[in-house]
Design a binder for this molecule. Sequence first.
Ligand SMILES: C[S@@+](CC[C@H](N)C(=O)[O-])C[C@H]1O[C@@H](n2cnc3c(N)ncnc32)[C@H](O)[C@@H]1O
Length: 254
Amino acid sequence: MSWDPQQYARFAGQRLRPALDLIARIPIEHPRTVVDLGCGTGNVTKILRARWPRAGITGVDGSPQMLAEARKAEANIGWEQIDIAAWNPAAQFDLVFSNAALHWLDDHPALFARLSGKVAAGGALAVQLPRNFGAPSHAVMHELASSPPWRDALATLLRPQPVLSPEAYYGLLAPNARSLDIWETEYLQILEGENPVAEWTKGTWLAPLLAALAPGARAAFESEYRRRVAQAYPRQPDGKTLFPFRRLFIVAGF
Ligand SMILES: C[S@@+](CC[C@H](N)C(=O)[O-])C[C@H]1O[C@@H](n2cnc3c(N)ncnc32)[C@H](O)[C@@H]1O
């Protein structure tokens, strides 16, 4: 999928908060090496750099557009363009970190086993994943993409969401982890502007669906999606829109 850093950055504050909540729970004082998987434009990687100024930090992402933004910002972080599915370095890291990225990869039992194997003894795996796929913001997209006018073009892009239950991650990690901290938070995001939930998903899940449609079909799909989403998330009397968003956090010490 092609990422648009500007569209993604439109809700930077709301998207940053869970990363800060995750970082606050990482129990390592002085990691020597840190990798940020799915680092995007590097906003969060820079916060990792500020928290651990002496660590060697690498940001990994598959998107050249996102990495081009990341490279503008900060020296002293190594940026690598690679698909996380193929990421298999020989070295281990004191901290393997990933904020809002691993839900783009399938088969989490195999993925979490592989990533756990990249954590050095005494280190940690720290991950945040959205777990909001049943919400209207996503359900409406799925409904429309499966319906007759669009399904021929879009059905192959609909993938089962890969994020498991908190208990399932406990089951995957507990046999090898020294410590486990797993929790969920539902943020009541208070958004401003015209149809902000549709603008939010346009920065992520909606983008590949729109990109797969011819211009006429794309406009019709987006307009119907926006209409239904606006109904599902009506404006409050003060003009703002509430977008509850559930996220799962995992910090495993090894
Ligand atoms: C929602 S953004 C999050 C960016 C960053 N972690 C943050 O918190 O701001 C997801 C990022 O994951 C990257 N990504 C998704 N699937 C990937 C994959 N299979 N391999 C590498 N990067 C991937 C995307 O390119 C995108 O930059």
